[in-house]
Structures are given as structure tokens and as C-alpha cells.
Design a protein around this ligand. Sequence first.
Ligand code: BGP
Length: 476
Amino acid sequence: GENQIMSDLLNRVTTLPRGFVWGGATAAYQVEGATKADGKGKTMWDDYLEEQGRFSPDPASDFYHLYPTDIKLAQDYGLNAVRVSIAWTRIFPQGYGEPNEKGVAYYHRLFKECIDHGVTPYVSLHHFDSPKNLFDAGDWLNRKNIDHFVDYARFCFTEFTEVKNWFTVNELISLALSQYVAGNFPPNHHFDISSAIQAEHNELLAHARVVNLYKSLNLDGRIGLIHVLQPIYPITNTKENQHAADLYDAFINRFLLDGTFLGEYSDETMALINEILSKNDAHLDIQRDDMEILKAASTRNDYFGLNYYQSQFIQAYDGPSGNEFNGTGEKGTTSFSFHGVGQLVPKAGVPTTDWDWNIYPEGLYDILKRVAREYPNSHTIYITENGLGLKEEYNGEDIIQDDKRIDYIDQHVDAVLRARSEGVDVQGYFVWSLQDQFSWANGYNKRYGLFYVDFDTQKRHVKKSAQWFKALADTM
Ligand code: BGP
């Protein structure tokens, strides 16, 4: 019966380490709704989603009003932490200028609610929601954006002193890749390689300047950033496929890890990047002082937030670039071919989600070992996102049976604890996501939550994965 299934699952990850951070993740724009409330400014998404007409960012999960409900659920189900982000445009509606008091007050209320319930807030300053005003001026491609981000960060650090755990930017690569390569985030460019690599570099600079600022303020807290890492494996072990894997890995993982934790792009990394750039008529502009800023910050990160969903398998490819994005959950509709780099291909025996994401827990183990080996400055690691998107419907009666999600989380937590037992300093795990929320390029039918959200009534319903999550928390 059900109890038997639960105990079999629990037996695999027998027990969580004492004091382990065990949380649920959210992002402001994906959960808050209330996009026009209390003086909030527009993000790069508001007009875009309206024009596109597929789905609306309102009401989302109405976290703007229902945060007490969700924080209580987190507490009741054994979570001792949550990831939230601050919407830049609630604090500075235009991205800069005078702070919006109502927005500031909202985050004080939210953080207090978390702390009062023993659910520690881990707070990101930027989670894909650039202010529209700054987006129109070039977003991260405009170096002035970095100055505005530093000012916004300074305001938050001195205002929200109750927050002790900060992240600067979430998933620099997802933003750069989705905006300028895959074309599924505004401004929807396809294979604009110069913009993508420049955005990566400029976001690294923004992160580094904010870390340097934070340390100069001598505050009582910790800071780091979040990278999503995607291990790249050659589909077969030919020299060409191995080189394709090295190239694509440099573009999406290594360039960013080097910039963050070495404070320089190693010669080997730059050789790979330059090969990609020259094959695609692209270039990267690094200005005087940039590398010094990165260098100074590289030893100052207190921790590293690592998001992991999937690995990729690649074969060498010299044809034209092109891609299709699976934004509907119709299996088998993804393709990605990068001229002079490689083509992503399915790997026999590796299961995929309805959105064609490879389910490969071994990749998480491999990448944890690699980060610890090659980037000792990453220090303590938190898995800041990991989870499974599913189409789910509540029948109004029974508990939602998301055994697939439990399996997914179980296998990945297992990989984390295995790496940990071999010396990788992982101190926590945040499931994506706490409650159901819409997905940026997929909308409301891709659910990740431990708690089901009825988006019409905003009622929450417990999923089996929440019960399982609690059962594990109880072993701590
Ligand atoms: C990460 C983001 C999250 C979240 C998650 C799931 O890239 O940090 O905000 O959306 O991925 O992705 P998706 O919604 O595309 O399924």
C-alpha cells in the first residue's frame, strides 16, 4: 500500500544530515502576481506576455497576498528555509530613483513572516525580472545597467538587515541563452552569440561589483550567486564529439565558473570560447578593470547556489544554427543545433520529461565533484533549485499522487548526499518549487510545486511529495 511505497522511498535516502538546509524555492515574478499593485513598475515581461497572449502573470500564485499561507505550509511540512527573490520593480519602479515605500514594506512583512515561522529566507536580487525601463535601454548589454543594479543592491543590503543570506543574480546563463540564443525570453534573439557572451560577462561583473560592495559594508550575513549547471556529455566517445562537449561546456558552464571563482577566464577556456566566437562571427568586449573586479570578488563568495535540472548529450555539428523550443509539453518537439559547436541529441536509456528535459541524476553527482575539484573558492554549496515539471490536475478529493516527482527528488537528493559523503561540502537542498507557479516560457501547465495551486480559487492542496518531503525532514 501507500505506506509501503513511502517507506521504500525513504529507505533510499535514509536520513538527512543534522542542520541541513531543506527548503522550497520561488521567484518573485512567478509567484507574487499583483503586477500592478502598490506602485510596482513593469518588468521586461509585462507587455511581452500581454502581446503574446498565451498566459498572464496575474494572478500567478498570489503570493503577494497569500505569503502567510505558503510560509505556514512550509513550516508545517518541515521546511526550514525558502528561496524568494525581491522584485526590483517593487523597490524601484523604473529601476532607479526614489524607493517605493509600499514595495519596501511588503518585503519587510514577508521576511518577518518567514523568520517568525523558523523558515530562513534566502533572497535573490535578480531572478529574470529586469525592469522594463532598463530592459528597453539594453538590459545587461548596457553597462549602465550594472551601476543601477549596484545601487539597488546597496539599498536592499542596508534596508533589509533581517536578511542574512543573499544571492545576487539567478542563473546568468539561462537569461543570456533564453534571451539571445534560444529566443524564448524577450527580446527573443536567435543565435546572437555576441550578445549572449557579452550578457554573461556583464552579469558576472554585476555580481562581482555587488559582492565587493557587500563585503565593504561589513554586514552580518552571507552572499553568493546562483548558476544553473548542465553537464555536457559527448553522445559517443569520438574526438569530434568530445570537442563539441568541451566547446558547449565552455559556453554555458565553464566561462561562468571561471569568471566567478577564478576571477579570470583561463587560457584553455578562452581558447574554446574564441573558437566559438570566430566560427559565429561574434566577439566579446572586455574592458580595462573588468578582470580586476572579477578577481577581487572571486575569493569573497560565502557560498555557491547550484541549480540542477538536467544534463545534455551532444554530437559535433557544422551545419547552420537553429532551434525549436518545447514550450507546450509535447514530447519530442525540442531541437538545438549550434553552428561549429554541436547538436543536442537524445541519449538512449535516459528518460525525458514532457518538455524533453533529460532526467539524469548522475549528472548532478558529476558536476558537484567537478565544482569541488576545480573551483575550491566556491566553498559551501547549496542546491538552490532541483525539481520536476509535470502536468497535474486536482480531482477535488484525493491527495495528488506525484510519485514521479518523489522519484526525481529522491534520486537527486541521493546524488547530493553521495557527493557529500565523498567530501563535497553541500549544506542544503531547495526543491523547485515550494508551491505551483507559472513557468516563464511554458505557462501554467508546467507544475513543480510540493503544494498544488488552483489558479482559479488560489486554494492550496497538499501533494504526496510534500508528505514525503516532511517525512525526510523528520529524519534530521
Ligand atoms: C530555472 C528558473 C526558475 C524555474 C525553473 C524551471 O531556470 O530559475 O525560475 O522556472 O528553471 O524552469 P521552467 O519553468 O522553464 O520549467
